[in-house]
Ligand binder design. Sequence first.
Ligand code: NAD
Ligand code: LMR
Length: 326
Amino acid sequence: MKTPVQITVTGAAGQISYVLLSRLVAGDLLGDDQPIALRLLEIPEALGVVRGVNMELIDYASPLLEDVIISSDPEVAFKDADLAFLVGARPRGPGMERQDLLQMNADIFSVQGKAIDAAAKRSVKVLVVGNPANTNALIALRNAPGISPRNFTAMTRLDHNRAVSQLAQKCGRTTRDIRQVAVWGNHSTTQHPDLCHALVDGKPALDWVGRDWYENDFIPTVQKRGAEVIQARGKSSAASAANAAIGHMRDWVLGTPPDDWTSMAVHSDGSYGIEPGVMCSFPVRVRDGDYAIVQGLEIDAFTQERIKATETELMIERDMVRHLLG
Ligand code: NAD
Ligand code: LMR
């Protein structure tokens, strides 16, 4: 029998976690022979709801679920974590921009970064989902000096998946036929979903769809999809966000397919001229649990300008939370 993987989920009473936890106990992350132990973090007022969620997890009768610990103490929740999903944060409502969340949510990630530093395994893989995800991840990693910045990532996989699906639909193909879509920058409306290297059925995506659709339809649709879902549902995306979190973490642990890459916001090393140290989405490949930014892609003037805009936003956000960066 394998040793259980210790997984921390924050915001365990929330709508994303409700789906995420059910996918975890079903074995969708690491397969149906890998036991898991869950540590669920919530604010004290929401612990009753988490107990209800836990009853449901028990009622799955999953052979994979070895243990569940529920706590409002971050150091208890991150104890010995192998994998951590940082979901807990206030979501955007209709009409709000992501930057509105910055001051509201920033303190959470400074406290949790310190707790990760104090309690988690040094090899922990941290995925920040709570918005503004890139800058929250930066706050968390800067408050965890004992852990490599490479162990912190933020989620742009939902944007990546949205881009893949929009492209597949436009071309009348399935998502299985799409490769090498890239999302650059911030998980916000400045993000740049890039089709310049994407392939549909092995042929250049831009030959399938043309530049007009790419620039005037595809890019704004992907950039504004989160707000569109909020407008339609009255709440921010949940099932698709949980699915993206599973996909991001699974690829990080088990690797990306040999003929493709994915998009993750990672600590910039200056690749493609992007400000070192900001948490920027790049195309990445993963081998042996370690990611590498895809190198050597040709960047045209249009793409360069879009990447610059989203990088600038990341630098502005970083400067807004400088007091929390340790
Ligand atoms: P939700 O309001 O349903 O749940 C959030 C939960 O976090 C709540 O139960 C709340 O009590 C809890 N929480 C608040 N502060 C906490 C703390 N200090 N410690 C632990 N838990 C805490 O929200 P949701 O819809 O599940 O969304 C969660 C976050 O994910 C939001 O910030 C949302 O904007 C973000 N999100 C990100 C993406 C992405 O692609 N990166 C996609 C969708 C949503
Ligand atoms: C999304 O992209 O769906 C989420 O980040 C929610 C939001 O605020 O847009």
